[in-house]
Design a binder for this molecule. Structure first.
Ligand code: SAM
Length: 269
């Protein structure tokens, strides 16, 4: 995957963390040259990949990946917001979503981050937005930034909602932080939260990968991702009882993600 994962075909790099320089010792010339060359190559990659080597999970000792993700976003909430032009990128998706849902629709933003741009755009268009995020800092900022929406700090896989309570569920770049085994049951629960005819708009992995970055966005915190490939997500969505109405590749650097439009069928469809 792209910004939130490794370059495609990444070879295991081994458990080397950092650049190898010893504190207080000048770097040898060859090492400086290698670093300059790496910076030049890295300048063509998305920011997430530039900050440190991405390590496959076998190379990183991670006992509790969800806790790593939660602590990572607690530390990197602002780094994340400032690193990506999500406002521009999401605009057409949110526009298309609003053509499909009724006025004053109920929308769940699962893995809402700091509430910007999704919750803010939808709430200011008059929709009733509930945001859920595992990170306390993301939720704290979301409440400040989007006071007209409602936010809950919770693990998406544990949060409860009544059946058929949302016209739409939006989950952008969040499913990819969940352990793989927990993703199909979550998709099945999302399907029950949707009203018949309701929409799920979600980004997923495009190629399968699980791994971590020990200094994501240069912010000094570890981040962890896990995702299947797009064909698997299509299958999971279908098994969850949703109809996949659209799928596109969202490029990012030299890789990317899949974006799905899936709908809960109405009776008789
Ligand atoms: C890449 S950010 C995306 C934020 C927002 N959806 C956006 O696109 O701007 C992923 C978000 O998912 C949240 N997240 C990750 N795992 C989660 C979980 N198990 N339950 C709830 N939120 C989670 C993270 O805390 C983070 O805020």
């Amino acid at each position: 995957m792209g910004r939130r994962g490794p370059p495609p075909g990444l070879a295991p790099t081994g458990p080397v963390v950092g650049d190898g320089a010893q504190p207080g010792h000048p770097r040898p010339h060859a090492q400086r040259r290698r670093r300059r060359e790496r910076r030049r190559t890295d300048a063509r990659k998305p920011f997430a990949e530039r900050t440190r080597p991405q390590l496959p999970c076998s190379a990183v000792d991670i006992d509790d990946p969800k806790d790593v993700v939660r602590r990572g976003y607690d530390a990197l909430s602002r780094h994340y917001e400032q690193s990506y032009a999500t406002e521009t990128k999401y605009q057409p998706w949110l526009g298309a979503l609003q053509e499909r849902i009724p006025p004053a629709a109920t929308v769940l933003d699962l893995g809402c981050g700091c509430g910007v741009p999704v919750a803010r755009a939808l709430a200011s268009a008059g929709h009733r937005v509930t945001g859920v995020d595992i990170s306390g800092e993301q939720i704290r900022r979301a409440r400040e930034l989007v006071p007209e929406a409602e936010f809950r700090q919770a693990d998406a896989t544990a949060v409860e909602f009544p059946a058929a309570s949302f016209d739409a569920v939006v989950s952008l770049y969040a499913l990819i932080h969940l352990p793989l085994a927990e993703q199909p049951p979550l998709l099945a629960r999302i399907a029950t939260w949707l009203r018949p005819g309701g929409w799920l708009l979600a980004t997923t992995g495009h190629t399968a990968w699980t791994g971590a970055n020990d200094n994501w966005l240069g912010g000094g915190a570890t981040m962890w991702w896990s995702h299947a490939d797009a064909a698997t997500y299509r299958d999971w969505l279908t098994r969850a009882g949703l109809t996949v109405e659209g799928e596109e590749f969202v490029p990012e650097g030299d890789s990317g993600h899949a974006l799905f439009w899936a709908r809960r069928p109405v009776a008789g469809e």
